[in-house]
Design a protein around this ligand. Structure first.
Ligand code: FAD
Ligand code: ZN
Length: 229
């Protein structure tokens, strides 16, 4: 109770399984007394591109545009665009950030990747050498909750796609852990489109069951071993 959760959600269709997973998470967490905020990226028409428009006013170096440097300077001077300031405020307040999405090309949909590209700015989320254990978002939790097209067998050690953990390394370690977040085990619903109605209902039930004790969970030990052991 009293915890704050941000759900960053990327699906076009509210009736999708991702939509249902998001809705049911809001319900359960709210019931627990958590305050829940949802960034519904498609609904917001969130801008995924990192461009000049993200910096309000004069550039630090107008001669040659370097996005990383400009965003860092703009962050320090309070000159980032309004949508970024708003998303950063949501992240700053959150104890737990849940990313809810369908797997696109072994990764997250472009709109969510764009959210990370633009929101996790240097100075806000990391500031070398402040990264990994000393990343600026330390003391917060991140959880990837996603659906796949492929079934569990395909994403096993013997499967053609390889162990699902291989593709979690860039997202969980390269982005979240780099920025200091502690990583809770991912929540994966395999192949909902090929599941029966009962199996899909079971997927939703097990997500709610997990959320009931989410605050007791220990983060994973997020090193290369966890992914590639
Ligand atoms: P939906 O089709 O929306 O949901 C499945 C079914 O669940 C629907 O019939 C829906 O009505 C039903 N449902 C919704 N709510 C409930 C409820 N409360 N109770 C019961 N049933 C419900 N897959 C991979 O494995 N690897 C990839 O690399 C990959 N890359 C992709 C790239 C692109 C560009 C695209 C478009 C897809 C890719 N996919 C990939 C497939 C994608 O991951 C799946 O299509 C997606 O995860 C399915 O989730 P969904 O929420 O969209 O399913
Ligand atoms: Zn890690």
């Amino acid at each position: 109770a009293g915890k704050k959760v941000l759900i960053v959600y990327a699906h076009q269709e509210p009736k999708s399984l991702n939509g249902s997973l998001k809705t049911i998470a809001v319900e359960e967490l709210t019931k627990q007394g958590c305050s829940v905020t949802v960034s519904d990226l498609y609904e917001m028409q969130f801008e995924p591109r990192s461009t000049r428009k993200d910096i309000i006013g004069d550039l630090y170096n107008p001669e040659q545009f370097n996005y990383g440097v400009e965003a860092w300077e703009a962050f320090k001077n309070g000159c980032l665009s309004e949508d970024l300031i708003e998303e950063q405020r949501k992240v700053r307040e959150a104890d737990l950030v849940i990313f809810q999405f369908p797997l696109y090309w072994f990764s997250m949909p472009a709109i969510m990747k764009g959210w990370l590209d633009r929101v996790f700015v240097q100075g806000f989320a990391h500031n070398f050498p402040q990264c990994y254990e000393t990343g600026l978002l330390k003391n917060k939790l991140a959880l990837l909750s996603f659906t796949t097209g492929g079934d569990e067998g395909i994403y096993s050690d013997e499967g053609v796609s390889g162990n699902i953990r291989y593709l979690l390394w860039p997202m969980q370690h390269g982005i979240m852990h780099f920025c200091g977040l502690s990583i809770l085990a991912p929540h994966i619903c395999f192949a909902p489109e090929y599941a029966s109605e009962e199996e899909r209902e079971q997927m939703l039930t097990s997500w709610v069951e997990r959320l009931k004790t989410i605050w007791e969970e220990e983060p994973i030990k997020c090193t290369a071993e966890w992914y590639y052991k």
